[in-house]
Design a protein around this ligand. Structure first.
Ligand code: C2E
Ligand code: MG
Ligand code: MG
Ligand code: MG
Length: 288
């Protein structure tokens, strides 16, 4: 049976791989054109203080409006942009756009921008960041750069030096997606981190599994002792918000609290934030 099927299966497989490969090459070519063609835009997801439900800041998230494919997810194109190193240019665009967008927002909320490990590994990241800050007049103390733990621990010495220089500029460093990589608590003190973001897989588990909640509790506690804050990512329900707060997370982010949204909506939210209770209803807005 397997033998009879073998050849045909192989053909189908290569055709699929072919199509996949062609799709990739096309996407790669398109990615090069996207930056010049104005096809990128940013959405901003609010981050709240879990203690008083007040708006704390926004995370900038990249969107690609492809002329034929429609909205392409960052999970699809960021890896490609990294392989081709286009992420260096794209990342610089993201930072400049976001700083310019949020510079004059009411209440001066903080701004979190994601960094690719490639941006740390090649080029002059620190020079780029300080140039953007100078050009946009954005207060460095309002800026946080998010980096995943895998990226951080990959190229230890070089990364450590870059992070130290970024901190000298006044920029905050956030460890993103904590709990998904080869997290080691002892690693936390090796890097000059200001905040840990607990990955949403943990946040989801916390409600059903007391052991997950206990782990998050421990991480939040340790982070606090080391002078760091903790954001719970991907809060989708009131219960998750509650558990995250009780575990000692200081901040929360997720669809339940607020969707990634266009600048105008983010501006309205920033203007409206007067400390009113939040979290009983999800914010409407541009879907992430
Ligand atoms: P991330 O930095 O961990 O960003 C959070 C992701 O979780 C975002 O996905 C956001 O839309 C999504 N999210 C937020 N709240 C919820 C929730 O309650 N439930 C669920 N299911 N998801 C939620 P997005 O925008 O698709 O971005 C995915 C990843 O792509 C980001 O993960 C980040 O690693 C990367 N990325 C996005 N923008 C940039 C960028 O400008 N530069 C770089 N280098 N990477 C970026
Ligand atoms: Mg992030
Ligand atoms: Mg994250
Ligand atoms: Mg994530």
């Amino acid at each position: 049976h397997a033998k009879a099927k073998g050849r045909g299966t192989y053909c189908v497989f290569t055709q699929e791989m072919d199509a996949h490969l062609r799709g990739r090459v096309e996407l790669e070519t398109d990615l090069r054109l996207a930056l010049d063609g104005d096809q990128f835009h940013l959405v901003y997801q609010p981050i709240f203080d879990l203690a008083d439900n007040r708006l704390r800041g926004f995370e900038a998230l990249l969107r690609w409006q492809h002329p034929e494919r429609g909205l392409v997810n960052p999970a699809t194109f960021i890896p490609l942009a990294e392989e081709t190193r286009l992420i260096v240019e794209i990342g610089a665009w993201v930072l400049e756009r976001a700083c310019a967008d949020l510079a004059d927002l009411p209440g001066a909320p903080r701004l979190a921008v994601n960094l690719s490990p490639v941006q740390l590994a090649v080029g002059d990241l620190v020079g780029m960041v300080s140039d953007v800050l100078a050009r946009t007049g954005f207060d460095p103390h309002r800026l946080e750069l998010e980096i995943t733990e895998t990226a951080l621990f990959d190229n230890n010495a070089r990364n450590l030096d870059a992070l130290r220089r970024l901190k000298e500029l006044g920029v905050g460093i956030v460890l993103d997606d904590f709990g998904t990589g080869y997290s080691s608590l002892s690693h936390l003190r090796l890097f000059p981190l200001d905040k840990i973001k607990i990955d949403r897989s943990f946040v989801r588990e916390m409600v059903e599994r007391p052991d997950s909640a206990a782990i998050v509790d421990t991480i939040a506690d340790l982070a606090g002792r080391l002078g760091m804050t903790t954001t719970a990512e991907g809060i989708e329900t009131a219960e998750q918000q509650d558990v995250a707060r009780r575990a000692g997370c200081t901040h929360g982010q997720g669809f339940f609290l607020g969707r990634p949204q266009l600048l105008d909506q983010a501006r309205t939210l920033a203007a409206a934030d007067g400390g009113a209770a939040r979290g009983s209803t999800a914010q409407d807005g541009q879907a992430g």
